[in-house]
Design a protein around this ligand. Structure first.
Ligand SMILES: Nc1nc2c(ncn2[C@@H]2O[C@H](COP(=O)(O)OP(=O)(O)OP(=O)(O)O)[C@@H](O)[C@H]2O)c(=O)[nH]1
Length: 361
């Protein structure tokens, strides 16, 4: 699937940068263009793989919005013509989808990305997806409240919102910076493979996945998660059947971008590897296992032929807003919103929270 990537804010910029680099390193060419938008000049200067667009210079003078996501939304709206103009060269007629990436807990990405998605939907005919990053549990209450409000809006605006939790792949004892680098790498790998898996490959069978399957899996909107796992391929086909089943299980049970989000509505299973190491029987058994495990009526399946010594599984699971995982995040966000409201009462100058998270979906 050919995609145009747009990163909003610091996390958004770093993730689209890493994704674009991964796509180029692997020779996939699924990424058709990359733009990073930010209100902080310094964050944009460190990017090498993305074109950049500064917003809000008249309001914050290139210094960022300091976690104020209402201001993030306002500056995106007032500079929207410049942003759409900067996108002109990036969203080519070959792009089959636009993916807007942002950390939902900050200011620029959190407030700006829903506004951007809304405007993109008015201009482009291709699906506009959001790739949202949830703050980890240990991040402060402003981040949780921002993410709750941003999630609510972006889910309404985007054709589908795929979530990554910053707690998903935390290594013990890692610094925050090192933690981000490894999370961004994980995001780049799994989303890079997902986008590339929808590319037409010549001379291989009809079991190959194509972009319409990704698009159809995300068709119902709402929230989705992406799981990934890999294992060494073998010469022995029985062993490869076992490996396909075990990587599928791991992708859903331990390798998902949203830990514990296992119940959904519609899923896509992509098995990547050399065609000779992908046993049909293993793929079919894994697909049926996923149907049972996720209580999904429809699990699509397909191969992604790739020159590799490994077998990998990607599980794209739609409709995860039904899962306990989202419920527990929303509880966290509501509690944080309440704390923000109370501190606002104590300090009326701080007019932050105006929205409520009740009746979210
Ligand atoms: N995965 C990941 N998350 C990040 C990264 N950098 C920041 N975050 C997360 O993103 C959220 C903060 O958003 P940022 O993108 O830093 O903020 P911003 O959108 O630039 O907004 P302002 O700094 O307020 O202008 C927090 O939840 C961070 O944990 C990163 O490189 N990778």
């Amino acid at each position: 699937m050919k995609v145009a990537l747009i990163g909003v804010g610091q996390a958004g910029g770093k993730v689209v940068e890493r994704l674009t680099e991964f796509d180029a390193e692997m020779g996939f060419n699924a990424v058709q263009g990359t733009l990073a938008i930010n209100s902080a000049t310094a964050d944009l200067q460190s990017l090498e793989w993305a074109e950049t667009q500064l917003i809000g210079a008249d309001r914050v003078n290139g210094h960022g919005v300091g976690g104020d996501n209402e201001l993030g939304a306002e500056i995106m709206q007032s500079d929207i013509q410049e942003v759409l103009g900067a996108l002109d060269g990036h969203v080519t007629s070959r792009a089959e989808a636009i993916v807007v990436v942002a950390g939902l807990g900050g200011g620029t990405g959190s407030g700006g990305s829903p506004v951007l998605v809304h405007n993109l939907k008015q201009v482009y005919d291709v699906p506009v997806y959001a790739l949202g990053i949830l703050p980890g549990r240990n991040e402060g209450s402003l981040y949780q409240a921002n993410a709750g409000r941003s999630l609510k809006t972006i889910v309404r605006e985007a054709d589908s919102t795929i979530l990554v939790d910053n707690d998903a792949w935390h290594e013990q004892g890692e610094s925050v910076e090192a933690g981000f680098a490894s999370i961004n790498q994980q995001i780049a790998q799994r989303f890079g493979l997902l986008f590339a898996s929808g590319e037409a490959v010549e001379g291989v069978g009809e079991s190959v996945v194509d972009s319409s399957e990704v698009i159809n899996t995300l068709r119902n909107g709402g929230i989705a998660a992406l799981g990934y796992a890999k294992a060494a391929a073998s010469e022995d086909s029985t062993q490869n059947i076992r490996s396909v089943m075990s990587v599928t299980r791991q992708a859903l049970l331990t390798g998902t971008s949203l830990p514990e989000a296992r119940v959904g509505e519609g899923a896509l299973l992509v098995i990547a590897g050399r065609p000779a190491s992908i046993p049909r029987k293993g793929v079919e058994k894994s697909r049926r296992w996923l149907e049972d495990e996720t209580q999904s009526m429809q699990v699509r399946g397909g191969d992604f032929p790739l020159e590799s010594d490994q077998i990998a599984a990607l599980v794209l699971l739609g409709g995860v807003e039904r899962s306990d995982r989202i419920e527990s995040f929303l509880e966290r966000a509501r509690a944080a919103q309440k704390a923000e409201d109370e501190s606002e009462k104590a300090d009326p100058a701080d007019h932050f929270a105006d929205d409520r998270l009740d009746n979210l979906f």
